[in-house]
Design a protein around this ligand. Structure first.
Ligand SMILES: [Zn+2]
Length: 240
């Protein structure tokens, strides 16, 4: 199957929280879904992205997610979840599919193996797949091939550490696992990369320019737009 379009949603909802342990399932599922969507769009895959924000009970929540998926044009439905178990020792990654469907089983295994290879998170059940029959509404009632990811366990310290340390690599791996081919665009750099310091050679001028109000002193190494340059020239009194 060539995948050109997918519909991707985060599990649970704003008011219908999922698992909570060291990390919160809804928050992380949304982060992963957003980043995977970004990577896939960069690889020219059409992505319909959905986060459920209204439902006040579990039935409405899952029905709303299913309804959104079924209203879209896509080759594959993907749902992002995190796993939970009362014993914090439970760990690893797995992707659910409908029992007996070899096509989605293959995709599920590809995604789980990619996550495991990118992060070191344990591959559950040998090949990272978990066949479900009727228990999972998302798999049962979405009307295209569907997979549901359980990225890692929210209560397992090692899983959470590997997930946090390898967040971008995991999202990249999920994107590649979904479409079944390598994506050569670079994964996004960590967003907390500090960019608040000017280069050594520019420091003196930067401090002077900030003191004179020519620049507001933020993002010293970012590009300037044409309008920003014009305003700087005006602040220097060169346009009057
Ligand atoms: Zn869940």
């Amino acid at each position: 199957m060539t995948i050109k379009a997918i519909t991707l949603s985060s599990g649970h909802g704003k008011y219908m929280q999922g698992a909570s342990g060291i990390i919160n399932e809804v928050i992380e599922a949304r982060r992963v879904a957003n980043q995977v969507a970004k990577i896939l769009r960069g690889a020219d895959i059409a992505v319909n992205l959905f986060h459920e924000n209204d439902a006040k009970n579990a039935t409405d929540n899952v029905n709303s997610i299913i309804k959104y998926h079924n209203s879209t044009q896509r080759d594959l439905d993907v749902s992002i979840h995190f796993n939970d178990f009362k014993e914090a020792t439970a760990h690893g990654t797995e992707t659910l599919h409908i029992e007996g469907d070899t096509q989605t089983r293959g995709i599920a295994s590809r995604i789980s193996r990619a996550i495991s290879a990118a992060s070191g998170i344990f591959l559950r059940r040998g090949d990272g797949t978990f066949a479900r029959t009727t228990q999972v509404g998302f798999l049962r009632f979405t009307n295209r091939p569907a997979v549901l990811l359980e990225v890692c366990f929210v209560r397992n310290e090692n899983d959470v550490r590997l997930y946090q340390e390898n967040f971008y690599a995991i999202c990249h791996a999920i994107a590649e696992g979904i479409i079944g081919r390598a994506i050569t665009t670079q994964p996004a750099p960590p967003q907390n990369m500090p960019n608040h310091e000017p280069s050594e050679w520019a420091k003196t001028s930067w401090i002077k320019a900030t003191a004179k109000g020519i620049t507001d002193g933020t993002n010293p190494q970012a590009n300037a737009s044409r309008e920003q340059i014009i305003v700087i020239l005006d602040r220097l009194g060169l346009l009057d």
